[in-house]
Design a binder for this molecule. Structure first.
Ligand SMILES: Cc1cc2nc3c(=O)[nH]c(=O)nc-3n(C[C@H](O)[C@H](O)[C@H](O)COP(=O)(O)O)c2cc1C
Length: 424
C-alpha cells in the first residue's frame, strides 16, 4: 500500500492533507475532531496581537452550481477573534496530544519588527511545528496595514520573512495572496527573505452577487456589504496555475509549496502534488461537508497511487511541472480533430450550434424525414479546439482524436510563420 507520509519543509505528517488556516482550525475542539477524523495536519486559524479581532454578522456568501452545490465561497471574516493567550494554550495542549500530526501556526501582526519578534517566540514555546505568515487576507486586515497589504509589496514580504527567520528556529511558510499581478515576484521575495516554503492561494477579492431588491452585495451587514475573499472549487484553476508558475520558475525552483485552493477530493490533491506541491490544504470543502471527507481523500489517493505504482508522494510530486511550459514551446504540428460517436449522440445539436455560431463551422447537420438531426465533423475544417467535446452533454460522445500529420515537432520559436522567430 502507498505511503502517504510527508516531510514538508522539515515538518512531518502522516499524510499530505492539512486543514488551512480558517474556522475549521480556530480552536482545540475543532482541531481535535479533525485529527480524530484523520487529517495529517492543520494550520491554526491566524493569530494576532490582543485585543482580538471583532467580527460582523453575517459573514459568508456563495455561488452555486446547477446541482445546488457550492462552487464558490466568499467570506468577510477577520483573523481569530479569540485571545492570543487562549489560542497559545490550546495549541500547546493539542500538539502534546497529537505529536505525529503537523501543527503549523498562522500569524499576522503589525508590520513592526518587535511585534513579529514577540509573537514568533510565544508560538515557539507551544511546541508547534512551524509558522505560516498570513500575507494574504484580502479584507478588513489590509485596511489596517496587514495581510494582503504586506503580500502585495515584495519588499515587505522579504522583510517580514527575514524577521521571522531571525527570531525563530521554526520552519517559516509564507502564505501568498493571489491578488497580485505576478505571483512569482512575491514567491521570490519570500525565498530571498529566507522562507522555508510558500503556501498558496489565500482568497481572491470577490463580490459573489447583488441582492437586487435591497440593492446590496452579499453577505449583507445591516444593508451594507464589502468585498470578501473567494475560495472553493471555482478558484482551483487559478491556484493550480499560480502553484505551477512558482514550481517552474528557475528563481524559486525547489522551494517547497503547500497547495491551497478548491481542493475537495483526492484527485484535486493529486493534481496539486503533480504540479509541485509537497502538502495540500483544505478549507471550503471541510466547511461545507465536514471533516469526514479526509477518509475518502486518503483512500482515494492511496488506491490511485497503488494503481500507478507510486510508492510515496515524492514518486509523483512535480511530474507535471516539466510538461507545463510557455505557449511558444508548444508543438505547432500537433493536430487533433473531433469525432462524434453516432451511437451515443442524442441529436441535441449543441455541438453544431456552438461551432456554427461561434467557431469554425466544422460540424455538418443533416435533417432527416422523421424530424431528427444528425451531425458529422468536417475534418478539413476542424481546428481541434475542444469546444464541441466540452459542450456535449453526453459523456464520451465526442472525443478528440490525434491525427498523424507526418510532420516533425516544431514550436513557435522555430516556425517560419513567426515573423519574430529569430528574436524569440
Ligand atoms: C471563512 C474563512 C476564513 C478564513 N480565514 C483565514 C485566516 O484566518 N487565515 C488565512 O491564512 N486564511 C484564511 N482563509 C483562507 C483559507 O485558509 C484558504 O486559503 C482559502 O479558503 C482557499 O482554500 P479553499 O478553496 O480550500 O477554501 C479563510 C477562508 C475562509 C473561507
Amino acid at each position: 500500500m502507498a505511503d502517504l507520509s510527508i516531510e514538508f519543509a522539515g515538518i512531518k505528517a502522516p499524510n499530505p492533507f492539512w486543514l488551512a488556516s480558517a474556522p475549521p482550525t480556530d480552536k482545540a475542539y475543532n482541531v481535535e475532531r479533525a485529527f480524530e477524523a484523520g487529517w495529517g495536519g492543520v494550520v491554526w486559524k491566524t493569530l494576532g496581537e490582543d485585543p482580538a479581532a471583532v467580527n460582523v454578522s453575517s459573514r459568508y456568501s456563495a455561488v452555486f452550481d446547477a446541482n445546488g452545490e457550492v462552487s464558490g465561497f466568499n467570506n468577510i471574516e477577520l483573523i481569530t477573534d479569540r485571545s492570543l493567550e487562549v489560542n497559545l494554550r490550546e495549541i500547546e495542549a493539542v500538539k502534546k496530544s497529537w505529536p505525529d500530526r503537523a501543527v503549523v501556526v498562522s500569524l499576522m501582526v503589525q508590520c513592526e519588527e518587535e511585534s513579529w519578534k514577540k509573537i514568533v517566540k510565544q508560538v515557539e514555546q507551544t511546541g508547534a511545528d512551524g509558522l505560516e505568515l498570513n500575507f494574504g487576507c484580502p479584507h478588513g486586515m489590509p485596511e489596517r496595514g496587514m495581510g494582503a497589504a504586506v503580500g502585495q509589496v515584495p519588499e515587505y514580504v522579504e522583510m517580514v520573512t527575514r524577521w521571522c527567520k531571525t527570531y525563530s528556529r521554526l520552519p517559516v511558510i509564507v502564505k501568498l495572496t493571489p491578488n497580485i499581478t505576478d505571483i512569482r515576484v512575491a514567491a521570490r521575495a519570500a525565498k530571498t527573505g529566507g522562507a522555508d516554503a510558500v503556501s498558496l492561494i489565500n482568497t481572491i477579492n470577490s463580490i459573489t452577487g447583488i441582492d437586487l431588491d435591497d440593492m446590496v452585495a452579499r453577505p449583507i451587514v445591516d444593508g451594507k456589504s464589502t468585498h470578501g475573499g473567494y475560495c472553493g472549487p471555482a478558484v482551483k484553476p487559478i491556484a493550480l496555475n499560480m502553484v505551477g508558475e512558482i514550481a517552474r520558475d528557475p528563481q524559486t525552483y525547489g522551494l517547497p509549496i503547500s497547495g491551497i485552493g478548491g481542493i475537495g477530493n483526492w484527485r484535486d490533491a493529486a493534481e496539486f502534488i503533480a504540479l509541485g506541491s509537497g502538502s495540500v490544504q483544505v478549507c471550503t470543502a471541510a466547511m461545507v461537508y465536514g471533516f469526514r471527507i479526509v477518509k475518502e481523500m486518503k483512500s482515494g489517493l492511496s488506491n490511485w497511487m497503488d494503481s500507478k505504482g507510486y510508492e510515496s508522494i515524492q514518486d509523483f510530486q512535480g511530474l507535471a511541472v516539466p510538461n507545463t511550459t510557455d505557449w511558444k514551446y508548444l508543438n505547432m504540428n500537433y493536430k487533433v480533430v473531433a469525432k462524434i460517436d453516432q451511437d451515443k449522440c442524442t441529436g441535441c445539436g449543441r455541438c453544431y450550434i456552438g461551432c456554427e455560431d461561434t467557431s469554425h463551422q466544422a460540424i455538418d447537420i443533416k435533417s432527416h424525414d422523421d424530424g431528427t438531426n444528425s451531425f458529422e465533423v468536417i475534418d478539413a475544417k476542424c481546428v481541434g479546439c475542444n469546444l464541441c467535446e466540452i459542450s456535449c452533454p453526453i459523456e464520451g460522445c465526442i472525443k478528440m482524436e490525434v491525427q498523424d500529420t507526418g510532420l516533425e515537432p516544431m514550436n513557435w520559436t522555430e516556425d517560419p510563420r513567426n515573423p519574430y522567430r529569430d528574436a524569440s
